[in-house]
Design a protein around this ligand. Structure first.
Ligand SMILES: NC(=O)c1ccc[n+]([C@@H]2O[C@H](COP(=O)([O-])OP(=O)(O)OC[C@H]3O[C@@H](n4cnc5c(N)ncnc54)[C@H](OP(=O)(O)O)[C@@H]3O)[C@@H](O)[C@H]2O)c1
Length: 258
């Protein structure tokens, strides 16, 4: 028996990074998974990989900035599996700038994906969780949900909002056996960092050296791995955390302890 056997889980933004690692882990733990994202090829590939392992999986191409796409994801989940036990609000974008340099466009885009989509997806699944008598929502925050940093004003604003959405929802639905928590990762190495050109080249040796050097500021001396964040999400999504709600679980190698 896996920790999530028979549970139906929606994981938003599972085409790469933390969402992908979580989808693979949830499937391994017996969940039926619905995965979303805009990059259809990557989503389809992951769907095939999970199905090949023997688990049930559906990829729904969706842009979570669009209300209609959020609704479609939940409709498809119910059509396919008839219930939804777990929602991992993971889809997110990283944006930079200060209060002075942030444009209206970046502000709106950051809010739409990192904040509004979290609320919309939660609003859509809550009635079903209530009818089932049980449900779990895990939001993906950040270490920047609890401390600030420089030149990432729109992102930090959005992840701060995720922290308070988590606590607020946890209180409102606690008596209905719906738990709401957030995983708050510190810097976690994902493929997107290579795509964004954070490293000189994509040679694994160069990346490993750069990772070691630039991860020095973290007490544990390195960046996190998506699989390590996924384990924390599994804890919050499973009955292992049955008395935990309204919690922000920092998974940051000690970064916010300094
Ligand atoms: N990596 C870190 O250091 C770190 C630290 C703290 C928090 N986080 C949080 O972790 C979450 C996942 O990020 P990641 O680091 O794993 O990076 P990632 O690989 O870029 O993953 C982001 C995921 O979100 C999806 N997404 C973004 N915008 C979307 C939209 N409009 N509609 C649907 N899906 C969308 C992306 O899919 P498509 O591109 O296919 O749409 C992708 O699957 C984010 O919320 C991020 O803020 C990451």
């Amino acid at each position: 028996m896996g920790k999530l056997t028979g549970n139906v889980a929606i994981i938003t933004g599972a085409t790469s990074g933390i969402g992908k690692a979580t989808a693979l882990l949830f499937a391994e733990e017996g969940a039926h998974v619905v995965i979303t994202g805009r990059r259809a090829e990557l989503g389809q590939r992951l769907e095939n990989e999970i199905r090949a392992s023997g688990a049930r999986c559906v990829f729904v191409e969706a842009d979570h900035a669009q209300a209609g796409d959020c609704a479609r994801v939940v409709e498809r989940t119910l059509a396919e599996f008839g219930r939804v036990d777990i929602l991992f609000n993971n889809a997110g974008i990283v944006t930079s700038g200060t209060a002075e340099t942030t444009s209206e466009e970046i502000w709106n885009e950051t809010l739409a994906i990192n904040v509004t989509a979290v609320w919309r997806m939660s609003k859509l699944v809550l009635p079903h969780m209530r009818n089932q008598g049980k449900g779990v929502i895990v939001n993906n925050g950040s270490d920047w949900s609890v401390v600030a940093g420089r030149d990432a004003f729109p992102y930090i604003m959005s992840k701060g909002a995720v922290a308070m959405m988590t606590k607020s929802m946890a209180l409102d639905f606690a008596r209905e056996n719906i738990r709401v928590n957030a995983v708050c990762p510190g810097d976690t190495f994902v493929d997107r960092w290579i795509e964004k050109g954070y490293f000189e080249d994509s040679d694994p040796v160069t990346i490993e050296r750069a990772m070691k050097e630039s991860g020095e500021y973290i007490p544990m001396g390195r960046f996190g791995r998506p699989e390590e964040i996924a384990q924390a999400v599994l804890f919050l999504a499973s009955d292992d955390s049955s008395f935990v709600t309204g919690h922000l679980l920092l998974v940051d190698g000690g970064n916010t302890a300094q």
